[in-house]
Design a protein around this ligand. Structure first.
Ligand code: PA5
Length: 441
C-alpha cells in the first residue's frame, strides 16, 4: 500500500484533464525507458532495484559495525558531500529530536564534515572531538572529492593523535568505490573496515546503500523498516501504469505539465522543521538530475510557517513563476497542550481546546488556499506520519519520479557534468599539479 498520497485538488485551475491525458503516454514511455534501461545514463540505474537486491549480508554487517562502534563513540562524524551525506542527514534529522545535540542519549550524536571548507567549522568540530570519544564514516564514491578529502585528512590526524594509529583505524569506516580512488587506496593501506558504493548507483541515488544506511543505523534508526518502505514503493512504482496506482507517474506528469506552462520553480514546502533536510536531499536529487542542457525546474524549498514571515510575501504576490509541493504529515508523534490563561491578555484562549497540530493544519490549509488563489499551483504529498517505513517509501517515490521526470524532460538524469566547472577553476586558482597554465572556465 502506498503511504505516499498525492492530492491534486488545488491544481484544478492550473492543470486540466486534457493536459493529464496528453502527458500520460510521455510519462509511461519515460517509465519504460527507466525499467528497460534503454534511456540515457543507463549505466547508473542500479538504484532502481536496489531495495530488492541489496545483499542482506551488507545490512547485517552494518548492524555489527554499529554494535562495535556505539560503545566507543559519543559522536559519529559523517564525512561526505552532496549525495554522500544528504540522504543520511535527511532521514536522521527527520527522525531525531530537534535538540539532539543537547540531549543525553545512548546513541552517538551524528555530526557532519566534508560538506564545507569553512575553517571555523573545522576548528569548532575539533573542539567537539577533543572533548568526546568518536568514530568516523568517510564517504566518497569517486574517492577524490576535495572537500571530504581535506576534512578526512584533518580528522584522521586528530584521531591518530587521540587514539594512536591502530586505535584510529578501528574507528574509521570508509565507503567508496570497489577498486578506484584515493580513499579506496588509503582504506586498503590502513586496513579500514569498508563498504562499497556500487558502480551503477550515482551519489544522489545512494541513500539506500551503506552511504545512507550506516549513518542512519548509527543514529539508532531502523534500516530494515526503511528498506521495507523502499521495497513497497518500488513495487508500486514498477507495476503502476496510471495516475491512480502510481504516485511517481502522477508527480512526474504534474511537474512537467506545470513546467511547460512556465512554472519554472518548484518549492518543496514543509510545515515541520524536522523535514528541512528532506528538502535539501530532494533539491540535490532534482537539481542535479534535471538542471542541464539549458532546461530544468529550479528546485527550491521553504519551511512554513517560519518562512511565511520572510518569503510568504513573494509567494503570494511576486512573479508567478513557481508552484508548490507541500509535504503534508497527518499525525505527529507527540502532544503539547496549550495552557489556558484566565487573563487572556494575548487573546489566544480561543486556541486552547485545539491541539498545536490542528492549528498547524489550519495554517497549512489557509496557506495553500491563499497561495492557490494568488496564482500558485499547489500539490500536496500526504504522509500518514514520519517514521522509517514512510521515509523509505518517500525516498524511493522521489527517486523513481525523478527518473521519469528527467526522461520526460529529455535530459540524462544520471550525470552531473556541470559540477566539474567550479572544481576546475578551484584547482587552477589553488595551483593543483596538472592544472598549470589552464584558463578559468
Ligand atoms: O550525485 C552525485 O554524484 C554528486 O553530487 C556526488 O554525490 C558528490 O559530488 C560527492 O561525490 P563523491 O561521493 O564522489 O565524493
Amino acid at each position: 500500500m502506498s503511504l505516499v498520497k498525492i492530492n491534486t485538488e488545488h491544481l484544478q485551475q492550473f492543470v486540466s484533464s486534457a493536459d493529464m491525458e496528453q502527458m500520460l503516454p510521455e510519462v509511461l514511455a519515460a517509465k519504460d525507458e527507466l525499467l528497460s534501461g534503454s534511456g540515457k545514463g543507463n549505466d547508473f540505474l542500479g538504484w532502481v532495484d536496489l531495495p530488492e537486491q541489496l545483499d542482506g549480508a551488507i545490512v547485517e554487517s552494518i548492524k555489527r559495525d554499529v554494535e562495535r562502534l556505539t560503545p566507543k563513540a559519543q559522536v559519529f562524524v559523517v564525512i561526505g558531500i552532496g549525495g554522500s551525506y544528504l540522504g543520511a542527514r535527511a532521514v536522521i534529522e527527520a527522525l531525531q529530536s530537534e535538540f539532539a545535540q543537547c540531549m543525553p542519549s545512548a546513541r552517538p550524536l551524528v555530526v557532519y564534515a566534508g560538506h564545507t571548507l569553512s575553517e571555523d567549522y573545522y576548528h569548532q568540530l575539533l573542539q567537539l572531538l577533543d572533548n568526546n570519544h568518536y568514530a568516523v564514516a568517510v564517504i566518497s564514491k569517486s574517492g577524490t572529492t576535495t572537500e571530504p578529502a581535506v576534512a578526512f585528512r584533518i580528522i584522521k590526524a586528530h584521531m591518530e593523535r587521540k587514539y594512536g594509529h591502530s586505535g584510529a583505524a578501528e574507528r574509521i569506516i570508509a565507503i567508496t568505490d570497489a577498486r578506484r580512488g584515493a580513499l579506496h587506496d588509503i582504506a586498503v593501506r590502513e586496513h579500514y573496515a569498508t563498504y562499497v558504493i556500487p558502480d551503477n548507483v550515482g551519489g544522489r541515488f545512494s541513500v539506500l546503500t551503506p552511504v545512507g544506511l550506516l549513518p542512519i543505523a548509527m543514529a539508532g534508526y531502523d534500516i530494515d523498516q526503511l528498506l521495507l518502505g523502499a521495497r513497497e514503493m518500488r513495487d508500486i512504482c514498477r507495476s503502476g501504469d496510471n495516475y491512480d496506482n502510481n504516485p511517481a507517474l502522477l508527480y512526474a506528469a504534474l511537474r512537467n505539465i506545470l513546467y511547460r506552462k512556465g512554472k519554472k520553480v518548484e518549492m518543496l514546502v514543509n510545515f515541520l522543521p524536522n523535514l528541512k533536510y528532506i528538502s535539501e536531499w530532494w533539491k540535490q536529487l532534482y537539481g542535479e538530475s534535471e538542471g542541464k542542457d539549458g532546461k530544468g525546474i529550479l528546485p527550491h524549498s521553504l519551511s512554513f510557517t517560519t518562512d511565511l514571515h520572510s518569503m510568504g510575501q513573494y509567494v503570494q504576490q511576486g512573479e508567478r513563476l513557481m508552484f508548490e509541493t507541500v509535504v503534508s504529515v497527518d499525525n505527529p508523534h507527540n502532544r503539547v497542550p496549550i495552557p489556558s490563561d484566565e487573563s487572556n491578555l494575548d487573546g489566544i484562549n480561543y486556541l486552547v481546546p485545539k491541539s498545536l497540530t490542528e492549528i498547524n493544519r489550519n495554517a497549512q490549509l489557509g496557506t495553500v488556499i491563499a497561495h492557490r488563489n494568488g496564482g500558485v499551483p499547489v500539490l500536496l504529498i500526504n504522509l500518514p506520519t514520519v517514521d522509517e517505513r514512510v521515509l523509505g517509501q518517500l525516498i524511493y517515490f522521489f527517486e523513481f519520479a525523478c527518473g521519469i521526470s528527467g526522461y520526460t524532460l529529455k535530459v540524462n538524469p544520471f550525470d552531473q557534468p556541470g559540477v566539474e566547472a567550479y572544481k576546475k577553476n578551484m584547482f587552477i586558482l589553488l595551483g593543483k599539479p596538472g592544472y598549470e597554465g589552464q584558463q578559468l572556465v
